[in-house]
Design a protein around this ligand. Structure first.
Ligand code: PLP
Length: 382
């Protein structure tokens, strides 16, 4: 009621994915569940309890507003880490709430220490170092100054982590760049060790690195896309499979996205369907109107190319995807009627529509499509 589509999340698929990932990372390594982008469209408030149920006790977000959402649902014992934006005025709030955060420039570190001193509570920091991604992180030449600063202020922070992020571990074309980044990270690590500044955890790997560069696994991994059942890229899947032929595809998708037929209509030959002239009926046709459009996360670039499932059959989107509706061609399905289930992502009888299949068509990545699923579509755990 009061919604035009809904999302179902499979808890057994989630459990399966975490079991598979744990087998890869081993018992000693912590798995931080990355839940930025509203948990890749799955909903922070759905994923956190599900994750805690299967033993996850650490979460990673991009910014303070996401941390704020996570704080409402996570249990007290679970760790929470901000990897990106934390404004200076939000630092006090983060320290008070035991939120760990990445520090990647000297000013942020100074502000953290200042706040920690006045709060009489240590800031829990992860030092991000620049190894070749060239986005954020301390440069190698900044380290001597940083070490002096750390030695002077040891009482005001906990050195939770030393970390970096790789520039595209999901593609073999970045192999040399990633290898150099790994080498560089170890160089940073040795430097801190020589000065007896030992992080609690070293962490570098996202899903792709975890699945393809085992040496990047270290003390903690930051797993986003793989926990939701998606491979970071087709290449990652092929590579993993070739190296480990005994593993079949162990990742299962959690998400299904469903709606219902809103109306059906006959169209005479020679008539255009929908806005403009992008689709001309060249014979008598039957079309179904679906109450989901680009305002609901179904990309406009799927106009005339997307596919959905109705009555166990794959049917094409015809015409332009509008803000709130699209039309599909059901000429071969004479029994389709108002109220029939429509699967936009997921399974129906023997067929399935995977996001990646229509991502390839619409030239979008899984990441983007998931993250664009509007937060107001109701989500149910099944
Ligand atoms: C998003 C992100 C991850 C997780 O990446 P996936 O490819 O989804 O596993 C890990 N680390 C950082 C810093 C990130 O921003």
């Amino acid at each position: 009621m009061f919604n035009t589509s809904h999302i179902e999340l499979s808890k057994s698929a989630y459990r399966n994915n975490i079991r598979y990932l744990r087998k890869i990372i081993g018992k000693e390594t912590k798995l931080s569940s990355v839940i930025k982008g509203n948990a890749y469209g799955h909903g922070i408030e759905n994923i956190i309890p599900m994750a805690e149920d299967v033993g996850i006790d650490h979460f990673a977000v991009f910014s303070a507003n996401e941390a704020f959402e996570a704080l409402k649902v996570k249990s007290e014992s679970s760790g929470l880490m901000i990897m990106g934006l934390l404004d200076h005025e939000e630092i006090e709030w983060a320290i008070k709430n035991d939120i760990e955060f990445f520090v990647f420039d000297p000013v942020k570190f100074e502000k953290a220490v200042e706040n920690a001193r006045s709060l009489k509570k240590k800031a829990r920091i992860h030092l991000e170092v620049e190894t070749g991604f060239h986005r954020t992180g301390f440069e190698y030449k900044q380290i001597p100054g940083l070490i002096d600063f750390m030695k002077k202020n040891v009482d005001h922070f906990v050195f939770e982590g030393l970390c970096t992020h790789f520039a595209g571990a999901e593609s073999i074309s970045n192999y040399v760049r990633i290898k150099n980044q790994i080498r560089m990270f170890h160089k940073f690590n040795r430097y801190f060790q020589r000065h007896n500044l030992i992080p609690i955890r070293r962490h570098t790997a996202s899903s792709a690195a975890t699945l393809t560069y085992p040496q990047t696994i270290m003390d903690m991994v930051r797993i986003g896309i793989a926990q939701y059942g998606f491979w970071p890229s087709p290449e990652t899947h092929m590579y993993r499979f070739r190296k480990n032929p005994s593993e079949s595809n162990h990742l299962r998708r959690l998400i299904s996205w469903k709606t219902r037929v809103m109306a059906v209509k006959k169209v005479e030959p020679g008539k255009f369907i929908g806005y403009g002239t992008s689709y001309l009926a060249n014979k008598k046709m039957k079309i179904a109107v679906i109450p989901v459009g680009y305002a609901n996360g179904f990309s406009r670039s799927l106009s005339n190319t997307g596919r959905v499932l109705i009555r166990g059959r794959r049917v094409p989107v015809i015409g332009i995807v509008t803000m709130n509706t699209m039309t599909v061609n059901v000429s071969d399905l004479p029994h389709v009627e108002k109220g029939d289930e429509v699967v936009l992502i997921g399974k129906q009888r023997r067929l399935s529509i995977s996001i990646s299949s229509f991502c390839e068509m619409s030239d979008q990545l899984n990441y983007q499509l998931l993250a664009r699923l509007p937060a107001n579509i109701p989500r149910y755990i099944v």
